[in-house]
Design a binder for this molecule. Sequence first.
Ligand SMILES: NC(=O)c1ccc[n+]([C@@H]2O[C@H](COP(=O)([O-])OP(=O)(O)OC[C@H]3O[C@@H](n4cnc5c(N)ncnc54)[C@H](O)[C@@H]3O)[C@@H](O)[C@H]2O)c1
Length: 247
Amino acid sequence: MQLAGKVAIITGAGAGIGQATARLFVQRGARVIATDLDEAGLAETRQGLGDDMIETLVSDATSVTDAAKAVALASDRFGGLHLLVNVVGGSRPGKTVVDLGEDEWDYWVRLNLTSTFLMCRAAIPAIDAAGGGAIVNIASGAGVTGMGRNPAYVAAKGGVIALTRSLAIDHAPTIRANCIAPGPILTPLMQRNRSEPEIAFMSKLSLVARLGKPEEIGATAAFLCSEDAAFINGELINVAGGRGGPI
Ligand SMILES: NC(=O)c1ccc[n+]([C@@H]2O[C@H](COP(=O)([O-])OP(=O)(O)OC[C@H]3O[C@@H](n4cnc5c(N)ncnc54)[C@H](O)[C@@H]3O)[C@@H](O)[C@H]2O)c1
């Protein structure tokens, strides 16, 4: 019960990493507001968990009003807010900057970076009012090392890493802000973007010879939100199984 007594908002919680994180936070004692565009995905997320522990909200992570609604719901249902995990994001690789339209650039930057800003802006006053807490932002290894044919995603995730450092400085000591850079994780996003042979190839590149599991990112987020991480602030943690396998 690492997170007992805490209230968390988790975005992108209708599938993949966000869904696993929301379920794991509840299993570790937090009460969770799980947000996503996908109502069916959210229903799956709350399956088997008590109504007193999880509330879901169909919302668009790129909307200012929906960010405010999530924070209000945390207060109405669970009496306040301590933790925010910004998971929502995604990409569709395939173009270089030469082929990329401004609309596509704006879409991916808004989904990955602006959503994080909007949710932090809405949540920080509530976390302060509850006496402090923690923010975890999900970036990507792509934001650290780059990635071919995905420039808006790479730039946006690099921005998430830098934004996290800024949050850590501006909101210490009451709020800690840390960032996770997942390596390849087996989620619906991965299955949409990569073929089976590509997934098999990526598994071989990892020192643990497999892709990551969504709950392994959730467990790192839970640690960063817990008292065990009380002296960790403004950091980027790579959760990628180690790189540089046998091929
Ligand atoms: N899967 C990976 O290998 C991997 C690697 C590095 C980083 N990440 C990052 O982890 C995060 C989660 O990735 P995932 O693989 O679980 O993705 P996913 O596509 O499997 O799940 C993302 C969820 O976000 C929701 N969503 C999409 N747009 C939304 C919006 N505008 N508002 C609200 N909800 C919205 C979707 O409905 C879905 O439930 C993303 O930020 C992604 O960039 C993933």
